[in-house]
Write a protein of this length. Sequence first.
Length: 479
Amino acid sequence: MSTFKRFEISPLTSPGPISKLPLEIITEIFMHSLPSPQSWDNYFNSALSGRSAPLVLTWTCSQWRSLAMASPALWSTFYVYLSHGYSKKVYSQAQLLDISREWLGRAADRELSIGVCAEGSSERLKHLWSIIEENCSRIASLWVTFFSPAQGVAIHAEGLSFPRLQSLGILLDCSDDEDTTLILPSDQALTTFATCPLLERLALSGVPHTSLQLPYEQITWLSVDYLYFEEFIECLDAMPNLRKCYLTGAAFGRDAPPEVTHRNLQLLDINSYDDAADYDADDHTTFALELLTLPSLETLKLRFDYGFKGMPGLFQSFVERSSPPLRVLWLSSAYLKQESDYIHFKSHADFEAICPVRSIRIEKPHTKLLPRLFQRHCYPVLEEIELVDCDISYLWEITMHVVDGICDGLGWGREGPYKSVRVFFNKPFYGVEIVPWIGRATELYDKIQQIRSAGTEIYIGTDEVSMIQGEKSQRPKAV
């Protein structure tokens, strides 16, 4: 008898209000409760814990259980995390396979999104791998995390075909051995995913692309973490149709990385996540701006350390060399340990109008950069400005700099006013001193009305509340 037979129930005789909604709407509501792939890093979000959807929905009440069972989309996502502490007394290997097959069977004929993570011996991962082999024709998204190069070799399989696979993540988590990566000779590269006619999105962590046989010419989206920078450069060179690239972190080998020109890359995001603070972001940005020529680049996000003062010159050389149609520039800082470190951010304002940037986002801006940021001769075609994670200690200074800067630029040149200016502070407004600024309240109100009359959308506040009366709360743009 299946492990899941205990979930079978008789038809409901008096359905509750939620069950009266169309099944499509109920399914959509339930779908929002599923763990996202970004949370696939612990046992509690796995299919075996019962603490996350959809299993937790089946245990809430009989009505929800019936509705969940009737929604194949809920069961099309399957993530298994076997930690070192996982006990065979919970599920035997046979029971684990039984649960997996029952779960995926409930997805009917839908495409599958599967994640597999098994700490410990290679046999544990290889045992779970049979589930992937059985369902390879239905898998649209697959993420595999292993904890040693030996586990990576264990997933090698000849003759598999993934006709629906669109997104693939191969992640090596060797936190106990920071020098370990899965490096295989080209004649021993894993051929498991060689046949993936629809594959477009690829995430690699600790696994150079040379260790995998993939249709790299199809890749349009790439996320890279924990590789040597020269391996990252080689990735770009091997993927001529790449459009978006995210570099979280890289180590640096002995060989000098080669220069490369990529003619199709439109978005480059360097050190985009919080855990990138563990790396030397200056080096990432330096190598990228020195070695890459990107004539099609439209969006560039750079994350660099507060002590790096050569950024403007490197950026200017990069733009002059690439001549990209750059429209969006995002600048963010490393963690600031003390207030005096902010002074180095005045270099942000040194990005002169050497390219037609229309949107700028700056994280942790210092008040000294703001006056020049709003000088229209520096950024003549700038349309959107977003300042994120502003220090609440400088609430009024930043607010007045922004408002004065916008007003000073009204009517300047042919380009007209900004389309939008959004300022987000890092903490609520509780306890902020207002007495010194009461005298400028009327002036501030009049200028905000003048800005709005000119057609500029202005928002100043947090992502929960606005400090401008009558303004609804907003949120920063997604990364």
